[in-house]
Design a protein around this ligand. Structure first.
Ligand code: PSU
Ligand code: MN
Length: 307
């Protein structure tokens, strides 16, 4: 491992090589590995995502804090530590410095990974669902740092919408205020993570990766050092219906509240309960959408650098 461009990062050699040569790189966050999925699903998905990115001829850059080093590009053993230990800190932007100084193990959220992409010069990332404005935000003020950080990083983030445990309308309003384009990939509405269907209409629909790349390049051309969101619905055969998923989410949220679970612990708890309540169907959907998003991010990145 060599020291990164800024001295704060350690880039895997293949990532550093690609960045120096202006070749496409796709960043992958690790909170979904450590907190969003059970073991060994987290590890399997992380490895599958890297494979899908490579199959598109793009270099994957999985981001985490390992023994106090902010690493861009991990090996399998390190991914396994993140997946199995369940002790990794959930690392958003405010946690990066403390994780480094304390020498700990940390799994980056989208926001944490965006902060790293900004200094590494990585412009494409994939995740499952973006964080957003939580239901009851009027009281709790719980708004994911994802919606904030994306306004400061010229990164195109491919996701399958936001989890339906959020206040989706409020999240879309927040993103509009911050000047973040939200592009529907082969859809006219903002997908709801496990669900494809949604009442939230999007102004921009794009049906091919090259046009997404052109849109991102143009957005950044307006000196907008800000992100672009690509909303890619989960594949039809893996999607859950509203009837199946919505009651499970409502029940999990009610249980979280009853158990006094707050802040950063809400997402991992609710995802875990929903996986149990749907007898694994939500887990299968979650895995599928993350892997497909990695592949799409790679396709977009390749188109961007081919121009
Ligand atoms: N989507 C998933 N699983 C996850 C997350 C999203 O399918 O674990 C994580 C992402 O890392 C996202 C984070 O950035 O949840 C948002 O957490 P919070 O709401 O605490 O900011
Ligand atoms: Mn939060």
């Amino acid at each position: 491992m060599t020291r990164g461009f800024t001295g704060l990062l350690r880039l895997a050699p293949e990532v550093e090589r690609a960045l120096i040569r202006s070749q496409p790189v796709v960043a992958l966050e690790t909170s979904l590995v450590a907190h969003g999925l059970p073991h060994p699903d987290g590890l399997e998905v992380a490895l599958r995502c890297e494979d899908r990115v490579r199959e598109a001829g793009v270099v994957p850059a999985t981001i985490a804090v390992v023994d106090g080093a902010v690493r861009v590009g991990l090996d399998e053993e390190e991914l396994e530590r993140l997946s199995v230990a369940r002790t990794a800190r959930k690392v958003g932007p405010r946690d990066l410095a403390a994780s480094v100084v304390s020498g700990g193990l940390g799994a980056t959220t989208v926001a944490g990974a965006l902060a790293v992409c900004r200094i590494a010069g990585i412009h494409f990332m994939a995740t499952g669902g973006l964080g957003g404005v939580h239901r009851g935000w009027q009281q709790t003020r719980d708004v994911s740092a994802d919606t904030y950080e994306i306004a400061f990083a010229a990164v195109c983030v491919v996701c399958s919408g936001v989890k339906s445990l959020l206040d989706v309308s409020a999240t879309l309003e927040e993103l509009e205020t911050r000047g973040i384009p939200v592009i529907g990939y082969r859809t006219d509405s903002f997908p709801l993570f496990y669900r494809r269907d949604s009442p939230h209409h999007l102004p921009d629909r794009v049906d091919d990766a090259a046009t997404v790349a052109a849109l991102a390049a143009t957005h950044w051309g307006f000196a907008r050092a800000a992100g672009v969101i690509v909303a890619n619905p989960v594949a039809e055969e893996a999607a859950l219906s509203a009837d199946e998923i919505d009651p499970a989410v409502d029940q999990a949220l009610a249980e979280a509240e009853a158990a006094g679970i707050r802040g950063a612990d809400v997402t991992p708890f609710v995802l875990g309960r929903v996986h149990e309540l749907t007898e694994g169907r939500s887990l299968a959907a979650n895995r599928r959408l993350i892997e497909d998003n990695a592949a799409l991010a790679a396709e977009i990145a390749r188109a961007y650098y081919a121009e």
